[in-house]
Ligand binder design. Structure first.
Ligand SMILES: *Cc1c(COP(=O)(O)O)cnc(C)c1O
Length: 487
């Protein structure tokens, strides 16, 4: 059989090169203008792509399928590198990262056992070691790549729960499952932390009730005094506080919880401190602002997302753990995969640390992009996006038609158009309409959220190619659309 894989056969090589180069050409041609989105509504897209069957009796062949993909799909994909795209913590991908993806997909290594990914396993171990150092951990630490921040958080919460039960309650959850006492376990996180906390608590059998939401202050940071009171109150009621999750860069506002103070509280109460730095982890690369996250080394575990501020392709994330031994919670041996003797012989099977079994070689992307750009290149990328947020904040703050929710600590700006009206519900509608019309009429995608019950708009400025001029133009456009809608 030919033309099904890339092999050493010259015809297979030609076919591979042809398909990959045609694809690269079509992708670059899909960037017809600077807009982020071509505009279709959900119904328009549904009718465009509807098929009688996606499994024809007889295969159509690559050329034909590629033609229809070029025609129907490529033009309508969100063009994440566009400077008109700033809705979510979802950015464009660095070009060298896309090259890394081609290597990753072509060789298709799987990170569960050494014999499925020899050099890839060694690279992940090496990259993880350097990441631990970057965030200020010593050689007792370790980490593993995951599918994203949600899985990194979930992994950390499992390790925290098992460590606490083993060490403080003298109870082995891994072996015995949850007991009566476990139903009293409580974790503390801010009221605007990511929903992966509740999801994880559910999956872990602790339930939403185990997640205690701590109020935030006017800068959207966890209120430390309230946290202390909640812990004391829970203890008095017989509950068992085991974990504090600091959000280092909240999803909406980019606000950073006070890590040092939380570390002291965690220590005093024998609790684990996890940092959900899915967003803020990128700040470590800045030569000007890294001190905003330099206390991360006080945490017992850290979630780092590379597919957010680090501008890498989805998915790419890691969870770092201060004391590598805690990963034992996830180790379980299978005769066919990760035998105990492998480790003794110097063969690492990374499945021992992971919730996943088959797993992508995402560490290659960090290996390549870190070395390609170096400290100076990275610093410039991160500084630019953070300074864009500071610039936009200033412009909006000086304009009485806008209300800015809080000064950005990273690269997100949340605000609302308020005009001269005091009718909150009416202005909520205006802000919603502005966002819709930006998407469908202007190909511009910005975010929308709620703060203190009011509908807000959000710029998530991950893309460092966004200029001040662009931000000025967008601000003016939003104002115009809001005014048009008011009439
Ligand atoms: C994005 C985000 C997550 C979830 O990460 P995924 O990579 O999307 O799974 C978790 N926490 C915070 C604070 C985030 O911003």
């Amino acid at each position: 059989m030919q033309n099904i894989f890339l092999t050493s056969d010259s015809k297979d090589k030609e076919n591979y090169k042809k398909i990959i180069s045609e694809t690269a050409k079509a992708i670059s041609e899909a960037f017809t203008d600077d807009k982020a989105y071509s505009g279709p509504t959900p119904d328009q897209l549904k009718s465009l792509i509807a098929q009688e069957s996606i499994l024809p009796e007889k295969g159509l062949g690559w050329e034909k399928v590629f033609e229809s993909t070029k025609e129907k799909i490529l033009p309508n994909l969100i063009r994440t590198p566009s400077s008109d795209y700033m809705a979510h913590l979802h950015g464009p991908s660095l070009v060298e990262n896309i090259a890394a993806e081609l290597i990753i997909s072509t060789f298709n290594q799987s990170m569960d056992s050494w014999d499925q990914s020899p050099v890839a396993t060694e690279i992940e171990i090496e990259v993880t070691k350097h990441l631990c150092k970057l965030y200020g951990y010593d050689e007792k630490s370790d980490g593993v790549f995951t599918s994203g921040g949600s899985q990194s958080n979930q992994t950390a919460i499992i390790l925290a729960r098992d460590a606490f039960c083993n060490e403080i309650l003298n109870y082995d959850v891994k072996k015995n499952g949850l007991n009566e006492k476990c139903s009293k376990l409580r974790m503390y996180t801010s009221e605007i932390s990511h929903f992966s906390m509740e999801k994880s608590a559910h999956i872990l059998g602790l339930g939403y009730k185990s997640v205690v939401k701590v109020p935030v202050d006017s800068r959207k940071k966890m209120d430390v005094k309230a946290l202390k009171e909640l812990i004391q109150k829970d203890k008095a009621e017989g509950n068992i506080p085991f974990l504090i999750v600091a959000t280092v860069g909240t999803t909406d506002f980019g606000s950073i919880d006070p890590i040092e103070e939380l570390a002291a509280i965690a220590k005093e109460n024998h609790m684990w401190l996890h940092a959900d730095a899915a967003y803020g982890s990128g700040v470590i690369m800045s030569n000007k602002y890294s001190n905003r996250v330099s206390a991360l080394n006080l945490c017992d575990s850290i979630t780092v997302d590379f597919h957010k501020m680090f501008l890498m392709t989805i998915s790419c994330s890691a969870v770092l753990v201060k004391n590598a031994q805690h990963f034992n919670a996830l180790t379980i041996h299978a005769d066919y995969l990760n035998r105990e003797e492998d480790e003794e012989d110097g063969y690492s099977n990374l499945v021992d640390k992971s919730l996943q079994t088959t797993r992508r070689f995402d560490a290659l992307k960090v290996w390549i992009s870190f070395q390609t750009r170096g400290k100076d290149g990275w610093s410039e990328l991160i500084n630019t996006s953070m300074e864009n947020a500071q610039y936009l904040y200033k412009q909006l703050n000086e304009d009485s038609d806008f209300e800015v929710i809080t000064e950005p600590e990273i690269s997100s700006v949340v605000f609302r158009y308020k005009g001269s009206s005091s009718d909150i519900a009416k202005m909520d509608e205006i802000n919603k309409k502005v966002r819709r019309s930006l998407i469908h009429e202007h190909g511009i995608v910005i975010g929308q959220t709620i703060s203190d019950g009011k509908t807000c708009l959000k710029f998530t400025l991950l893309n460092p190619t966004i200029s001040h001029k662009k931000l000025d133009e967008l601000k003016a456009l939003i104002k115009k659309l809001a005014e048009d809608n008011l009439q």
